[in-house]
Design a protein around this ligand. Structure first.
Ligand code: NAD
Length: 489
């Protein structure tokens, strides 16, 4: 079939559109309007996609020179940017995120991921060691990298294209082929990307997309498929556990980018305005649906009251509205279902004795937006650290602020969690900054900044926030097999 109807999201297998018998609806979370009908891949379609990926792997893709593959991946990036408006519109319709976010972050970064990893793979040196041998002779060792195989790519909905290409970019650059399972909430940009893949001449079977849900659906079928050599996953920690269990069969490698309950720590000597602006972004950007976001804020006692008041002003100055309208800075949550989860924590906070500094409910939205998945940006104080609101990832536009006195106390509070993804620390004291960076058990630590990303750096979580690191050369650890060749001279 041709994918001429924009309200259809078929699977993409071996370069062809494949419609499933079973379909589900895709809705716009800003106003709950129907966007279209998504094919739900069954076991047979998932298996066909895995087989197509295997054939492409054994065929043209891994045989192609690295330079030619890199050229094609640059063309994919250019192909996305050539259809920039379509990608932006699709991402906004699926997620409800404001135009400035989709157009400045999601789509440009989604495209850039192909160029960056193509260049990493082209330029990475191989290691080599000379050694003396027991017979008085010599040997040299050198390492070669080969693709790991067929990679199953399971994605979340919060930054759909960006997080998917963060995996697909390095996977393809290293010579692997992929079967992607986008989130059921956000099928559009993975489907559009398939059009770009065909248009620029990526061989059939290199990039496949199967749509559907997790359990008893495409996600589970993909992770259970013995033809998948390794699985890269971004999503909730609980889902990560299920995927690791599936990957255990056949001893298949996993890369896990999981949940967080990140702490922001603000010292009294910080640049106050920058700290308030930074924490406001960390708590409310993308309506709090960022894995790196801050739901626990600890502020040193001398500036506590002033900080709470200033963050309240920031939250109340966010502009809720049509995501496409100029000036909108805050969109809805991804779905009505996710709103139910977030609102359950809003109720729990009150039940646990929180002071609601601002928000706490559903905003009154005009016209059709009244049907959307909106919640108010929310700040609490006064909760005990044992509250589920402080312990569990909410993934909404909300944070709790508590005072602290000493560095040791702040580090202990920040570390008192099963998660270990990211932290953001605000201080002008260089000693404090470095001591705190050392003390906090996370994969990513920002000082006087948040979500400032150099894509060459390692990205990933400690504790239950993940396994492995991706980014720059670190991605090669997962997407390639490193073989040592020892030559006796
Ligand atoms: P989720 O775990 O509910 O779903 C993620 C994906 O897994 C979806 O495609 C889903 O269909 C699939 N899935 C669900 N159950 C499955 C199963 N049993 N087998 C196979 N696939 C299955 O996560 P979400 O709600 O889409 O995303 C939000 C979560 O992602 C948050 O916890 C957030 O912190 C996390 N996240 C982490 C990072 C990171 O880099 N660490 C980045 C973004 C989001």
């Amino acid at each position: 079939m041709n994918r001429t109807q924009r309200d259809r999201y078929p699977n993409f297998i071996n370069g062809q559109w494949v419609q499933s018998e079973k379909c589900f609806q895709n809705r716009n979370p800003a106003d709950n309007t129907l966007l279209g009908s998504v094919s739900e891949a069954g076991r047979a379609e998932v298996d066909a996609a895995v087989q197509a990926a295997r054939a492409a792997l054994d065929g043209p893709w891994s045989k192609m020179t690295t330079a030619r593959r890199a050229e094609l991946l640059h063309a994919v990036a250019d192909g996305i940017m050539a259809r920039f408006d379509e990608f932006v519109a699709a991402e906004i319709a699926d997620t409800g995120k404001p135009y400035h976010l989709a157009s400045h972050l999601d789509i440009p970064r989604g495209a850039a991921n192909f160029k960056i990893f193509a260049d990493v793979v082209k330029n990475v040196p191989a290691e080599s060691f000379e050694m003396a041998t027991p017979d008085g002779g010599q040997a040299i060792n050198y390492a070669v990298r080969s693709p790991k195989g067929v990679i199953g790519v399971i994605c979340p909905w919060n930054l759909p294209l960006l997080l998917m290409t963060w995996k697909v970019g390095p996977a393809l650059a290293c010579g692997n082929t992929v079967v992607v399972k986008p989130s059921e909430e956000t099928p559009a940009t993975a489907t559009l990307l398939a059009e770009v893949m065909n248009a620029v001449g990526i061989p059939p079977g290199v990039y496949n997309v199967v749509h559907g849900f997790g359990k008893d659906s495409a996600g589970e079928f993909l992770t259970a498929d013995a033809g998948v050599d390794a699985i890269t996953f971004t999503g909730e920690t609980g889902t990560g556990e299920a995927i690791m269990a599936a990957a255990a069969r056949g001893i298949r490698a996993v890369s896990m980018e999981l949940g967080g309950k990140n702490a922001g720590i603000v010292f009294a000597d910080c640049d106050f305005d920058k700290a308030v602006a930074g924490i406001a972004r960390a708590a409310f950007d993308n309506s709090g649906q960022v894995c790196l976001g801050t739901e626990r804020v600890y502020v040193q006692r001398p500036i506590f009251e002033r900080f709470v008041a200033a963050l309240k002003d920031k939250a109340e100055s966010l502009r809720l509205g049509d995501p496409l309208a100029e000036g909108t800075s805050f969109g809805p949550l991804v779905s009505l279902e996710h709103r139910r989860k977030v609102l359950s924590y809003y109720a729990r906070a009150v039940g646990d004795g929180a002071t609601v500094v601002t928000g706490g409910g559903v905003p009154d939205m005009p016209g059709a937006l009244g049907e959307g998945a909106w919640v108010q940006p929310t700040i609490w104080t006064g909760l005990p650290e044992s509250s589920a609101v402080i312990r569990e990832e909410i993934f909404g536009p909300c944070c709790h602020i508590a005072p602290f006195d000493t560095e040791e106390e702040a580090a202990a509070l920040a570390n008192d969690t099963q998660y270990g993804l990211a932290t953001t620390i605000w201080t002008r004291d260089i000693g404090t900054a470095h001591r705190m960076a050392g003390a906090i058990k996370v994969g990513i630590c920002w000082i006087n900044s948040w979500f400032l990303r150099d894509l060459r750096t390692a990205f990933g979580g400690a504790k239950q926030s993940g396994i492995g690191r991706e980014g720059g050369v670190h991605s090669l650890e997962f997407y390639t097999e490193l073989k040592n060749v020892c030559v006796k001279l």
